[in-house]
Design a protein around this ligand. Sequence first.
Ligand SMILES: Cc1cc2nc3c(=O)[nH]c(=O)nc-3n(C[C@H](O)[C@H](O)[C@H](O)COP(=O)(O)OP(=O)(O)OC[C@H]3O[C@@H](n4cnc5c(N)ncnc54)[C@H](O)[C@@H]3O)c2cc1C
Length: 397
Amino acid sequence: MNFALSEEQEAVRKLVRAFVDREINPYIQEWDANGYFEPNILKRLAELQLMGVCVPEKYGGAGMDYNTLAIVCEELERGDTAFRTAVSVHTGLNSMTLLQWGNEFQKEKYLTPQARGQKIGAFGLTEPNAGSDVAAMVTTARKDGDHYILNGQKTWISLCDLADHFLIFAKTDPDKRHAGISCFIVERTFPGVSTRAIKGKLGIRAGNTGEVFLEDVHVPAENRLGEEGEGFKIAMSALDNGRFTVAAGACGLINACLEASVKYCHERKTFGKEIGRHQLVQQMIAKMAVNLDISRLLVFRSGWLKNQGKRNTRETSMAKWFACDAAFDAANDAVQIHGAYGYSNEYPVERYLRNSKAPVIYEGTREIHTIMQGEYALGYRTDKKLNKMLPSWPFED
Ligand SMILES: Cc1cc2nc3c(=O)[nH]c(=O)nc-3n(C[C@H](O)[C@H](O)[C@H](O)COP(=O)(O)OP(=O)(O)OC[C@H]3O[C@@H](n4cnc5c(N)ncnc54)[C@H](O)[C@@H]3O)c2cc1C
């Protein structure tokens, strides 16, 4: 067992940390206050080869291992959850799904420009009446010659207004539940596709989230990912990768809370001493420190399994559940440590608290992950090898 990061991984951490400190942290409070998503951040990430960091070089990526993606996500969320969410969706949910399930034509046409950051990918699973209960979706895909015709609505879709390509899940057999779902690559430019941002969000205000409308959208049959009826499996395997990035990002949020809180503990004095000298404050700091380490270890275990080409649904769910809850607790405590000052945007911790809530809801709510872990432990749930697995790392040429 080796707990050390490689030289390459350390270099990526340093690179992203410096990028965040230089190009996100000085502006993020204003972007957040104005509900503004800065698209140049994605362009800059593309220049740094970070939009397809764990995609093989032959498909336009940087060819690094899956834990390097975790490091990128951790460091991005140390700046703001919005940009980590963008990478989670673009790389974790979309590109890695194309890598796992796509044929050569689809990888060349869609994955390669995405990995280079020339095109942006999003993930359309959730509907107004189908969140945790994915199989309740009502979006349909009707076969018509060499096309499918899609009709329906997706909601809470991250990057909806920026994405060039969407993975859209729809029922090819509306009478069936899970077995009736298929997955399609839909281009924004296909007639009948429109999007609208959701306003008034609690957090991730510097991010773009919204609705996708599909009205008689003609999608070529060659854009179906996997087989008809395989969509549910594809969606769940996509979540194995998305959740991994969410968990990694949560480590970055805990780290940001810890950094801000330690700094404030040394600055603020009560009863004649730094507040860091009060044991009840130390307790909150200690909890952040231990939860950061536990979360990272869970994330890196999951990345290690991905590198081995092994299924990791159980381990990734555990990492996502633990790290996101821990990030929410860390942000709550960070505000507490800052007292009344933590309640205003003079300090970043109120943003951390608002941002920490969505990851406890998306990509499987806390309750769904609790149930999954209970079922695994009780032997009610097991995972089999999928038809198509994510390639192990190092990648073959
Ligand atoms: C900022 C943000 C970004 C998002 N981005 C995307 C995206 O890019 N793509 C996408 O497809 N979706 C996205 N989502 C949607 C997200 O994945 C869903 O919100 C999530 O799956 C939960 O679904 P829901 O909101 O419909 O809640 P529901 O499923 O209606 O759940 C409501 C409550 O009931 C609980 N509950 C439900 N079922 C059970 C059960 N069986 N046992 C116990 N409790 C249960 C839940 O835990 C929750 O507390 C995003 C959401 C947010 C907030």
